[in-house]
Design a protein around this ligand. Structure first.
Ligand SMILES: [Zn+2]
Ligand SMILES: [Zn+2]
Length: 300
């Protein structure tokens, strides 16, 4: 079955008449396993990884999008590893796999956008502890990415330049060759971060070897700092924005990553509350300059 046509089928895309926001109803996902007690399906020899591997991808068995457009990416064969513990070499293998899958999925005629992302920790809904991320390949450009591209066209210049720290560098957290990580001036979450290259590269596949090494080094550094911040593994959401794979040329777009850590203090979750959802505007209890300083001070 094709999947997304039937209003009561496996995937039903709907648009709310009040807000215009899109939701896909995927009721079959309610029966997926939650934190299985038995053998890890991602460890070598497990259900999703029968052979030895360093990094690996496979089609999501419980796909939120139909037609093979949802994938899982395994970062390492080591169940207890963290992203930071992969080191730059291990992280580079992950970056290469993200780029390869973006290219393959992006070349499909039914794919306009490839979102590479990770939910880390049970607090963010990760149902299996083994280090992994996911990829959704949309048949349209999703709203959040489309909003950023509209701002590119409105301003006629790269909004990431305006977003990055000013000459005072108060919001800069760290650098890697060709890359920077900073806390946004209008961060909606405490310790929220943006990671971007210094030059315009529109997508993950277009990063050259140096660009990929720089991204790998920056991710290892930043994610290590987040785990050090409160002395415990930080639950976070991470995603990449890259150009739409819609056949158009996007010469001025810059690939970048957003990281949203969940905690505002050790073990204390920041909740999005009624006024924020109701008003669509956020109230952040941590000054971005203080957040950047705290993360700069996290050095092993
Ligand atoms: Zn495992
Ligand atoms: Zn973005």
């Amino acid at each position: 079955m094709a999947g997304n046509e039937s209003p009561r089928g496996t995937h039903s895309a709907r648009v709310d008449p009040l807000t215009g926001e899109r939701t896909t109803i995927v009721s079959r996902r309610q029966s997926r396993p939650n934190l299985p007690d038995g053998d890890c399906p991602f460890c070598p020899g497990g259900l999703e990884a029968p052979e030895p591997y360093e990094v690996r991808w496979f089609a999501n068995r419980w796909p939120p999008l139909p037609g093979g457009r949802a994938e899982v990416v395994l970062y390492t064969d080591r169940h207890d590893a963290t992203f930071a513990s992969l080191g730059v070499g291990g992280a580079r293998r992950v970056v290469d796999l993200w780029a390869e899958r973006s290219e393959v999925l992006g070349a499909r005629p039914d794919v306009d956008y490839v979102l590479v992302f990770e939910n880390r920790g049970p607090a963010v809904g990760a149902t299996i502890a083994h280090p992994h991320g996911q990829i959704y390949a949309y048949d349209h450009v999703p709203a959040r990415a489309a909003t950023e591209y509209d701002r590119f066209s409105e301003h006629g210049e790269d909004p990431l330049d305006a977003h990055a720290p000013g000459p005072d560098l108060e919001r800069l957290v760290c650098r890697a060759p060709g890359w920077r990580a900073w806390v946004p001036d209008a961060a909606t979450w405490p310790y929220e971060l943006v990671l971007a290259p210094d030059t315009n590269v529109a997508d993950l596949p277009s990063l050259d070897a140096e660009g990929r090494d720089g991204l790998a080094a920056l991710l290892v550094d930043v994610l290590n700092r987040l785990d050090m911040l409160f002395g415990a593994p930080m639950p976070y959401m991470l995603w990449f924005h890259q150009r739409p794979f819609d056949g158009a040329s996007w010469p001025s777009l810059r690939v970048h990553a957003h990281i949203v850590p969940l905690w505002r203090d050790a073990g204390v979750q920041r909740y999005v509350a009624a006024a924020e959802l109701g008003g669509g505007e956020f109230f952040n209890p941590v000054d971005p300059v203080d957040a950047a300083a705290a993360l700069r001070n996290c050095v092993r």
